[in-house]
Each structure stands twice: as structure tokens, then as C-alpha cells.
Design a protein around this ligand. Structure first.
Ligand SMILES: *[C@@H]1O[C@H](CO)[C@@H](O)[C@H](O)[C@H]1NC(C)=O
Length: 407
């Protein structure tokens, strides 16, 4: 009986002990769970707060981005406005330039028609502003006998065609309608056309009369006057430069004259092929040359057209450096300058043999924006226009004149 009791008591005791043990465990677990629940609640709160903060932040950044976008578009508009203003300024500058330079007739430059497709403006109907007078420019003659004029501007430009060589010269006899083409920088031949019209209508130089000379012409420096061709010839010896007067009718040399050149120096810095440059008009034959290598200025000689005697010599005080061409109008030399990288040719120096033109009254004249640089510029006093050779193109510039102030 006694062992049973002991067992019972011990079992009860064990039971009670286990009960206490489990109760403690439960309490502990419950506490832990509560703590975890608390923590989770806290986490939840925190994440909620973070979420809200994130939302706020998102809203803020969205606003900021919107603001930036607005600022950007404002800035963009400002830029557009600035561009428009810059454009306007540019146009104003262009128009100002056009008033003082040949840009006013630069529209004509768009009418580049090559190789005979170009046709003279015979149709009076064409409402070209520069053709307002309705005159066929080939008939435009004016008196230069009293010769009291200086160039005031370039009125129009006409591109006739492109013969070929980048350098060369072409000119018209002021006493006839005949046109002469010197393709290249030297040779013993030239092409003669009966008129500018014939030249512009024919493809290349077909339809021309080929003239062969007894010697080579050197450089685009020739001149034609009253049926005579005057050209520069250079002998074997360095300093042996001559002017040859050639009768185009009979095909014979009428006169040869040495010119006072002591070097291989060319007259224009930018066109070294132009040994010396001739111009012919009513008053005589003009020779532009560089007397020596070290001579920085262009010199001018007035020659007798018949005998080729030199009558007078001047130092024009116009520098050879950066000069590309020159021509003579009414006893005044106009020297045209450019840059080595061809930009805009401009008349920037002049010299009047009668001292009647003061530099102040002569405007700085720019040539219209063109292809390159002039290889030659030949003035025709009857028509008051320049026959130019520009990168293979044959171009005519019509000039406007004004009367010299001091005569
Ligand atoms: C002019 O000369 C250039 C090269 O020197 C040549 O290509 C061209 O055919 C010549 N033009 C004419 C019409 O002779």
C-alpha cells in the first residue's frame, strides 16, 4: 500500500511540477509574442511613415521637375527670342552692307547660268529691278571723254559662263564689240568672239576665231584697244619683260617695248602669274608693274599707245601685298585686295594721276560674294563695266560712277 501512495504522491508532484513548468513557458511565450507584436506594430508605423515620407518626397520631386521643365521652356523661348534678334541684327547688317556694297545686286549672282544657256536680257518684260531702265546693257554707252568720274559702287553682277581654267582673262575692245578670251596663265593663243552675246551663247569657245600669236603671252595682263592687242611677253632672261603691240587685223607685231622690271617680281601678290598688267583707254596705255623684288608698292607707267614709249612713271603707294588685281578708270588706279584664303574682294587703295581724287571721297567698295578670287579685272570705259575672271567664271560687273569733287 505504501509504495502505491508514494508513487501517487510522486506522480502528483511531478504532474504539478510539469504544470508549473508549462505555465511558465506559456507565459514566457505569450510575453515574447506580445513584444514581437509591439515591435511589429512599431515597424508597421515606421514603414507607414516612411511610405508617407516617400510619397511626399515624390510629390516634391515631381513639383521640382515641373518647375525645371517650366524654366527650361522659358529659357528655350528666351533663346529663340535671342536667335530671332540675332537674325534680325544680321539682316540689318546685311542691308547696311548692301547700301555701301554690291550686295544690293547680289541677287543676280543666283542667276548662274553656264555654258551658253545664259541669254542676254533682251526681253524688256523681265522685271529685274536692276534692269529697270530697260536698256540692253550691250548698248549702254556713255561719254568718258571729259573723264571726271570715279567709281561709287558696283551696280550689278552678271555671270556669263565658265570657260575652264581657274585663271585667265577676258576683255572687250572698247572700240568694237569684239571679245577676247585668254584661257589660263600663258600661251600663244586666244579666242575672239564677235560680241559678248556670241560668247555667252556658244558652248565653251566653239564659234570663236582662234588667234595664234608669234610669241607667248605671260599672265592675264593683256589689253585690247581699237583692233590692237597689247600683251606681256617674258624672254628667257629673268628681267626681260616686254610689251608687245599686236595688230589683230593684219596678224602682225606692230611694236615691242622693254619695260623697266628688274626682277621676277609680279605686280600682284595674290596672282603671281600676272607679271605686269595693262589697261588701255582713250588717254593711252597704262602699265601696272613691280619695278623690283624689294619694291613693296605697285608702280604705274603711262605709255603712248602708238609708239609704246613710256611718258611718265608713278609710285601708286598701293601695296602689292594681298593685291589680286587692279584697273584704271579716268586716270585713277583702283587696286583690289583679297586674302590668301579667298574671301571678299574689295577696292581698298586708289591712286589718281591728277591728284583729283582724295581717298576720303572714294568709298571702300566690296565685290559681291563670289566663288573665289579674281584672276583679272579689265575695265571697259565705254560700258563702264569690268570684265572679270573669277575661278574660271566670266563675270561682268557694272559700275556706278560719280563726278570727282576736285577737278
Ligand atoms: C581652258 O583651260 C583649261 C585648263 O587649262 C582646260 O581644261 C579647258 O578645256 C580650256 N577651255 C577651253 C574652252 O579651251
Amino acid at each position: 500500500m505504501k509504495p502505491v501512495f508514494v508513487l501517487l504522491v510522486s506522480t502528483a508532484w511531478t504532474f504539478t511540477g510539469a504544470q508549473y513548468y508549462y505555465q511558465g513557458l506559456m507565459d514566457y511565450l505569450e510575453n515574447r509574442l506580445l513584444a514581437i507584436e509591439d515591435r511589429m506594430l512599431l515597424w508597421h508605423d515606421q514603414s507607414h511613415r516612411y511610405h508617407t515620407e516617400l510619397l511626399d518626397f515624390k510629390k516634391l520631386t515631381a513639383e521640382a521637375v515641373d518647375g525645371l521643365k517650366n524654366q527650361h521652356s522659358v529659357m528655350f523661348k528666351d533663346l529663340e527670342g535671342a536667335a530671332v534678334r540675332a537674325d534680325r541684327v544680321e539682316r540689318e547688317m546685311d542691308s547696311v552692307e548692301a547700301q555701301t556694297s554690291p550686295r544690293a545686286c547680289a541677287g543676280m549672282a543666283d542667276k548662274v547660268v553656264e555654258q551658253g544657256a545664259w541669254r542676254l536680257k533682251e526681253s524688256r518684260g523681265e522685271d529685274e529691278s536692276e534692269e529697270e531702265e530697260g536698256d540692253d546693257w550691250e548698248e549702254l554707252h556713255s561719254r568718258v571723254s571729259d573723264c571726271v568720274e570715279i567709281i561709287s559702287g558696283i551696280r550689278s553682277v552678271k555671270i556669263l559662263k565658265r570657260v575652264g581654267a581657274p585663271k585667265g582673262m577676258w576683255t572687250r575692245d572698247p572700240r568694237s564689240s569684239e571679245v577676247y578670251i585668254f584661257n589660263g596663265t600663258s600661251g600663244d593663243d586666244l579666242h575672239q568672239f564677235n560680241s559678248v552675246r556670241d560668247f555667252s551663247r556658244s558652248p565653251g569657245v566653239t564659234g570663236s576665231r582662234l588667234i595664234r600669236l608669234p610669241s607667248d603671252w605671260r599672265g592675264p595682263g593683256g589689253a585690247v584697244y581699237d583692233g590692237y592687242l597689247y600683251y606681256i611677253q617674258r624672254g628667257e632672261a629673268d628681267a626681260d619683260v616686254q610689251v608687245v603691240k599686236y595688230d589683230l587685223l593684219t596678224g602682225s607685231v606692230a611694236e615691242v617695248a622693254m619695260i623697266p622690271v628688274e626682277s621676277r617680281a609680279a605686280v600682284y601678290d595674290l596672282n603671281p602669274e600676272t607679271v605686269a598688267d595693262l589697261a588701255a583707254d582713250d588717254e593711252g596705255l597704262w602699265l601696272l608693274y613691280a619695278p623690283a623684288d624689294g619694291e613693296p608698292n605697285i608702280h604705274l607707267a603711262k605709255m603712248d599707245r602708238a609708239s609704246l614709249d613710256i611718258e611718265q612713271i608713278w609710285d601708286t603707294r598701293c601695296p602689292r601685298e594681298k593685291a589680286e588685281a587692279a584697273f584704271v578708270v579716268c586716270g585713277t588706279v583702283y587696286v583690289v585686295y583679297n586674302t590668301r584664303l579667298a574671301s571678299r574682294s574689295r577696292i581698298q587703295c586708289l591712286f589718281d594721276v591728277n591728284d583729283a581724287v582724295v581717298s576720303e571721297e572714294a568709298p571702300l567698295i566690296y565685290f559681291p560674294r563670289r566663288y573665289g578670287a579674281h584672276a583679272s579685272l579689265k575695265y571697259n570705259p565705254e560700258e563702264k563695266q569690268l570684265y572679270a575672271w573669277d575661278d574660271g567664271y566670266q563675270i561682268i560687273y557694272r559700275l556706278t560712277m560719280k563726278t570727282k569733287l576736285l577737278v
